[in-house]
Design a protein around this ligand. Structure first.
Ligand code: ARG
Ligand code: ZN
Length: 875
């Protein structure tokens, strides 16, 4: 039943052209598809034509214009087979009938708030028409869309619009779109609806004039300005950084309210979850603005990495996703603060990917097998996939990397490629053997580096003993050594980097050592004074690091390292060390240790006027409860973790009350709201200060939060102060929540925030509150954003209450997953992912979580999506 990478075979039949004629209707949409097909010379001779379907109703079928006799084919809702087709080029005409209003899975053609839209990746096109639904079948599409003019004045398709008009004597109209670039069917899209348009133009490097359009719900055009600006900056950046130019005369983006994921890179017609398009200062936070910028860029960048060069099969998903995430991260780093962007990305990597890699759902960046591809749009494929590309760049250098990319575009344009193809470009462009490096795509689990440094004053040398290991993961008990770029510096007592000279007189290029064996000893010579090693600078390798650095060494790095990432990381390492010890102390009723060194390091950051406020805000943000749980790794008691973390935050807030309050005052914005990175960074710092003060009951934190809430001219301050009040001022909570609701009750995206804040309050009453909110008139299981806001953020953002000792949190999640599975299995499976770390819990909770999983597993009629997650979670 599982699909395996080793079983790949080229398609037997190819499709060169697809002509679609689509008659939109809310419940009876007619799809006429004309497929120009021919036998694949690389396929099996004499093979039948086997087309995929999913819940399809066939109305008619013709071959070269002749209706097919019933015995010439066999058909079910999920496939259509022509048993003995003539072995030559032929035309198939297929008519299917769909009900877009009943399509609650949000895959294929569906309606979102009355707008017709599509989502075809990964396997949604087969819900529109019978087709060889695999990414290595590339065709040229022409799409005619017809609809009621009243219902859908806007009709959009892939490529360029070539015709439009009225149907005389009727209330209907049509548009014809042609996309000259051959593409796989997962990149097909259409939209029909009553939408407002924001328009702009972009002239490409070689002078192509591109018409840009962003389509949004009527009345929301003013909120699309930032997305449009981000789009134009993305288009320019891709020309400059990668030599990638846009290739059509039109580029459209449509924002819809009901969407399973973030957004989709359909050729010339990106479709977005409106959360990642719509922004105004009053309704969107700084983080929302940053996400919009990043996702607009991400989808746009897919035009080359994903669309012009696509994937041979879904095992190669990281070929487009890892690479495109890397590209959007680099874009945002160039637009904002590079060090802060790296810190944020690494935080997310550890939170999601390291956690995934340490649990039962761990899988390689390129999986070797899957049952349900939708469950592989994961942090590992995306984020670890991006880290692997980043390591390639670190190992090959900027120039080598760019040469490899250039070769990739040149060699594979118009093709459906593999990871082997991709790596071969870098190997060929730089003359590097990447065979061992390729293990990053095949071995799951986070590699560990254990590093011991020792200074030898007599020999004036410094020795680093490096040991690597990769932990066992599902299906992979034994691992081979990886190629790990170890970026490092030796920081001398004055805070300057010492020259890195190895015993043989050479210097590691770019300060990067290559670790490719289980064990290495690197000896640096001419080291006259004891240095502190700064290891894995910039988090160049996505690994766990254990070293013999003392807390004094970490405090030193926090002050002096010229690598900003490691200055930050030094404080995080100190904090984690403290938090793990403190958690044990809480559990055994011992006195908690003193976090003096840590507080001093944080205080020094806060007092350093040379530092970017956004950076200081990151330094003052202590590791999350789930970070702590992951690092503890076994027998975790979430209540003890919470207590330890709260104690630390109170200690910081108390000890640094004065400078925290001072920073809060000092960094107040002088003028009206601006979403730029520097202003956003000041708000991050101020709100971090406020939250520490409020937790400590110091520095008038609560009063300041209340003042900020009332005076806020932007959603960042309003939401952050609301959260601080909800967590630390229970007396004020009801009033501010009611105020917030009244202000924003008609704004779905803001209402999501209101639901989310309440579900994350770390108090015993929260589960009841969440249950009650599922009955709120504004709650609906049909809107994925709403479900994620209330239930997703409860399960992933409220560790003590989700992991209640009585198991009620798990039961609630299980009930929700089962209730949702029939209507939207993808969403149900995503929610269930919240239970993936159940094995690290202490015995009591572990038993309760397992029981909830077993109850799901024992339910009849599960979707493949949920069944796959629950089976792997329990394995
Ligand atoms: N390719 C999209 C992106 O990352 C994600 C689409 C995933 N959709 C899905 N149903 N699995 O940009
Ligand atoms: Zn993507």
């Amino acid at each position: 039943k599982p699909i395996r990478l080793v079983d790949y075979r080229p398609p037997d039949w190819l499709v060169d052209t697809v002509d679609l004629d689509i008659g939109l209707h809310p419940t009876a949409t007619v799809i006429r598809a004309r497929l120009g097909m021919r036998p694949n010379p690389a396929g099996r001779e004499g093979a039948p034509i086997v087309l995929d379907g999913d819940e399809l109703v066939l109305k008619s079928l013709a071959l070269d214009g002749e209706t097919l006799a019933g015995n010439a084919y066999s058909v079910t809702p999920s496939s259509l087979t022509l048993l003995a087709p003539p072995q030559r080029a032929l035309t198939l005409e297929i008519e299917t009938l769909l009900d877009p209003s009943a399509n609650t899975k949000l895959m294929g053609l569906y309606r979102s708030s009355g707008t017709y839209c599509t989502q075809c990746e990964a396997e949604g096109f087969r819900r529109i028409t019978y087709f060889p639904d695999r990414p290595d079948v590339l065709a040229v599409y022409t799409t005619r869309i017809e609809a009621e003019r009243e219902e859908a004045p806007v009709l959009l398709g892939n490529g360029n619009k070539v015709e439009e008009g009225e149907l005389p004597g009727t209330t209907r109209h049509f548009a014809v779109w042609h996309d000259p670039w051959p593409k796989p069917c997962y990149l097909f899209a259409l939209v029909g609806g009553r939408l407002d348009r924001v328009g702009d133009r972009f002239v490409t490097a070689t002078g192509r004039d591109v018409e840009l359009g962003i389509y949004v719900e009527p009345g929301k055009a003013a909120r699309a300005g930032y997305a449009m600006d981000a789009l134009k900056r993305s288009m320019r950046w891709d020309e400059e950084a990668f030599g990638c130019e846009y290739d059509l005369d039109v580029f459209n983006i449509v924002a819809v309210a009901d969407f399973n994921m973030g957004a989709m890179e359909n050729k010339g017609l990106n479709i977005f979850n409106d959360k990642y398009v719509l922004a105004s200062p009053e309704t969107a936070t700084d983080n929302d603005y940053a996400s919009i910028e990043g996702i607009i860029a991400h989808e746009y960048f897919h035009n080359w990495t994903g669309n012009r060069i696509t994937c041979r099969d879904w095992f190669q998903l990281c070929l487009k996703e890892g690479l495109t995430v890397f590209r959007d991260q680099e874009f945002s780093a160039d637009q904002r603060s590079r060090p802060v962007k790296r810190i944020i990305d690494v935080r997310l990597l550890k939170a999601y990917q390291f956690t995934e890699d340490a649990g039962p759902l761990a899988h390689p960046v390129r999986p070797a097998t899957y049952r349900e591809i939708n469950n592989f749009y994961t942090a590992t494929v995306y984020e670890k996939g991006a880290e692997v590309v980043r390591m390639l760049k670190t190992l090959l250098g900027s120039e080598g990397f760019r040469n490899g990319m250039d070769l990739y575009f040149e060699r594979h344009d118009g093709q459906a490629a593999t990871i082997e193809d991709f790596l071969a470009c870098f190997a060929d462009a730089t003359g590097t053997d990447l065979a061992q490096f390729a293990l990053w795509y095949a071995q799951s689990g986070t590699p560990q580096l254990a590093i011991t440094g020792e200074w030898n004053p007599a020999e004036r040398s410094y020795r680093l003993d490096v040991e690597q290991s990769v932990p066992p993961t599902p299906g992979q008990p034994d691992k081979q050594p990886m190629v790990i770029p170890l970026a490092l510096g030796l920081v001398g007592p004055s805070g300057e980097d010492l020259p890195l000279t190895l015993a043989d007189g050479t210097s590691p290029a770019g300060g990067v050592l290559t670790v490719d064996a289980p064990r290495h000893s690197f000896v640096f010579r001419d080291v006259a004074e004891r240095p502190v090693p700064s290891l894995n600078r910039g988090f160049a390798a996505p690994v766990r690091l254990a070293s013999n650095l003392s807390s004094d060494d970490l405090v030193f790095l926090a002050r002096h390292d010229r690598d900003p990432f490691n200055r930050f990381e030094a404080v995080q390492t100190l904090a984690l060390g403290y938090l793990i010890e403190a958690t044990q102390a809480v559990r055994s009723g011992r006195n908690l240790p003193e976090p003096a060194a840590l507080i001093a390091a944080m205080g020094a950051s806060l007092a350093d006027p040379a530092l970017d406020p956004a950076f200081v805000g990151q330094v003052l943000t202590v590791p999350s409860e789930s970070d702590i749980a992951r690092e503890i790794g076994r027998d975790v008691d979430p209540d003890a973790v919470y207590a330890a973390r709260a104690t630390l935050r109170r200690a910081v807030g108390t000890a640094l009350a004065e400078p925290l309050a001072g920073a809060f005052e000092r960094f107040a914005a002088p003028g009206p709201y601006s979403p730029d990175a520097a202003s956003a960074g000041r708000r991050t710092l101020r709100n971090t200060c406020l939250s520490l003060l409020a937790e400590a009951g110091a520095g008038e934190g609560v009063a300041r939060a209340l003042g900020l809430y009332r005076a806020a001219d932007n959603m960042t301050d309003r939401l952050q102060s609301l959260m601080t009040l909800c967590h630390h001022a229970p007396g004020q909570r009801a009033e501010v929540l009611a105020d917030f609701y009244e202000r924003f009750r008609d704004d779905p995206l803001v209402l999501d925030k209101w639901f989310g804040i309440q579900s994350q309050i770390p108090e015993p009453g929260t589960l009841d509150r969440v249950r009650e909110l599922t009955g709120h008139p504004a709650f609906s299981l049909r809107n994925p954003n709403r479900v994620r806001a209330l239930i997703g953020s409860f399960a992933t953002g409220n560790p003590t209450q989700f992991n209640r000792a009585d198991g009620a949190g798990y039961d609630f999640l299980a009930d929700t997953v089962l209730g949702l599975d029939g209507s939207n299995p993808q969403l149900a499976a995503r929610l269930l992912g919240a239970l993936k770390s159940w094995r690290v819990l202490e015995e009591g909770r572990r038993g309760k979580a397992e029981a909830a999983l077993r109850r799901i597993a024992g339910t009849a009629g599960l979707s493949p999506d949920v069944s796959d997650i629950v089976t792997r979670s329990l394995a």
